[in-house]
Design a protein around this ligand. Structure first.
Ligand code: FAD
Length: 450
């Protein structure tokens, strides 16, 4: 009997333990299901639909080169799997383990026909626990405990060939899924910046050693290409975290490895707290009075479109809209600005990122938003307020701002971070939506009122 290989966020053939297991059992039916129903409001966002379209095309071509095919189906995963099993007489389903809460419905329904394999993380997340058997809430303790499971296993090569079943089940035409934007087509900047698929992920990883020598300093500078930009490839599983780890070939304490291990940490958090993307990690913040109403909506819109009058914030938000990605330092600045300076609920920002990021990831996005907001299980105080102008001066010499906010292209270095205060704000660039001191006092007052 054939077996089903259920692809999810693991669109690769190398280091794919579910593929190795399936190929060892008989003819394989590789299946991808577009499920917009089970995840509810966390269905795949706009930017990632663009990515998914291209990534599936790449995976499909790689499978064909090995004598196989990719079957595409749409609908509730649980129902689609049941029907493909019935149509093909498949004996089993092999898949890699993932931690987003919405997978559980289909996994439970499959019962013992489902064989889950680890391979999407550096280690088995369930193994990294406190002495009392609980998942870790603080990254630093998680990282320390993770050392007992490192280095991760060596990655597996892809199988030479993949046996095909005698008959293929029907497959959707990807064009019918309409994953690409049409009117308006906002994806021009995406095409310039990204090539989805396993081959590109591998090419980036092959060059990683050059970048990591400077990583410690360069990773904080948004104007330089100081980080790997592997995040969408890792989210879609076009490359495995352990393949990245081994390719990095750096000391065990290197900052890059600590960053890479954050993915494992956030998966552990959402495994323990499945509604972490919707609920404050610390319940006392349920009482925080976020701004609401028309003015708050206008401010949210200014933030989303990059018109807050804070150049570093606006540059980040425009980079996000145009390319589907934002530099980590600027993600922290823009997120903090929304939550503290505008006093808008972090969930509004998290949603916007979800729709706009090519690397949008349930665990990574929620944990980072709650960390910046100070509402999370990892204690970062709400009252700790990032100064956007100070951050801008410290980390950007102005090149990043000039690149993404062309209205400021002719503003000199001395004024670029705060043209408003310097008295040289061009007429086509907005005044600050709120002053720093006033915003800070408003946020602290809201925190005190809890
Ligand atoms: P590199 O520095 O090259 O790091 C390598 C890999 O390590 C990344 O690709 C990523 O998989 C992982 N990583 C690095 N930093 C983090 C981190 N802080 N948390 C989790 N994983 C990390 N990352 C996402 O992948 N998806 C998200 O939805 C997401 N949302 C975020 C929201 C906010 C408010 C903030 C502050 C950060 C968010 N991040 C998210 C984390 C981080 O900004 C990105 O992973 C990083 O910028 C990706 O660029 P890179 O691949 O060049 O990173």
């Amino acid at each position: 009997d054939p077996v089903i290989l259920w692809f999810r966020q693991d669109l690769r053939l190398c280091d794919q333990p579910a593929l190795i297991a399936a190929a060892g059992e008989g003819p394989v039916i590789p299946l991808y299901i577009l499920d917009d129903e089970t995840p509810g409001s966390w269905r795949i966002g706009g930017a990632q639909r663009w990515w998914l379209h291209h990534s599936l095309a790449a995976l499909s071509a790689s499978l064909e080169a090995k004598g196989s095919r990719l079957i595409l189906r749409r609908g509730r995963a649980e129902e689609v799997l049941a029907s493909v099993i019935e149509e093909t007489g498949a004996a089993r389903v092999h898949a890699l383990r993932h931690y987003e809460p919405w997978w559980r419905a289909a996994e439970t329904a499959l019962g013992d026909r489902l064989h889950l394999h680890d391979g999407n993380h550096l280690t088995r997340i369930e193994d990294v626990r406190t002495g009392g058997g609980q998942p870790f809430r603080m990254y630093s303790s998680f990282w320390k405990a993770l050392q007992n499971f490192l280095p991760p296993e060596e990655p597996y090569p892809a199988p030479e060939t993949i046996a095909a079943p005698e008959q293929w089940p029907a497959s959707d035409d990807p064009a019918d899924w309409k994953l690409l934007p049409t009117a308006p087509d906002w994806s021009g900047g995406f095409d310039d910046d990204w090539t989805p698929g396993e081959a590109c992920a591998q090419a980036k990883v092959a060059d990683i050693a050059d970048l990591l020598g400077e990583y410690d300093e360069a990773r904080n500078l948004p104007a330089t290409e100081g980080t790997t930009r592997l995040s969408p490839h890792l989210h879609f599983g076009e490359i495995s975290a352990r393949a990245v780890w081994h390719a990095a070939d750096v000391d065990a304490g290197h900052t890059f490895l600590k960053e890479l291990a954050w993915r494992d940490f956030t998966s552990g958090v959402v495994m323990a707290l499945p509604d972490y993307a919707d609920a404050n990690g610390r319940a006392k913040y349920d009482r925080l009075r976020w701004r609401q109403g028309v003015e708050a909506k206008t401010d949210l819109c200014a933030w989303q479109t990059g018109h807050t009058g804070y150049p570093i914030v606006d540059a980040g938000m425009r980079q996000l809209w145009n390319t589907g990605w934002m530099h980590n330092r600027v993600r922290m600045i823009t997120a903090s600005f929304l939550v503290k300076h505008l006093l808008i609920d972090w969930r509004a920002g998290e949603r916007w990122f979800w729709d706009c990021l090519v690397d949008a990831d349930y665990g990574n996005n929620a944990v980072n938003w709650q960390w910046v907001a100070g509402t999370g299980v990892d204690a970062n105080m709400f009252g700790r307020i990032m100064a956007p102008l100070g951050q801008s001066e410290k980390f950007d010499a102005g090149d990043y701002i000039r690149r993404w906010v062309p209205e400021l292209a002719d503003v000199g270095d001395a004024a670029i971070h705060d043209p408003d205060a310097a008295g040289c704000r061009p007429a086509n660039y907005p005044a600050k939506v709120v002053g720093h001191r006033e915003a800070r006092e408003r946020a602290l007052a809201a925190a005190r009122a809890i």
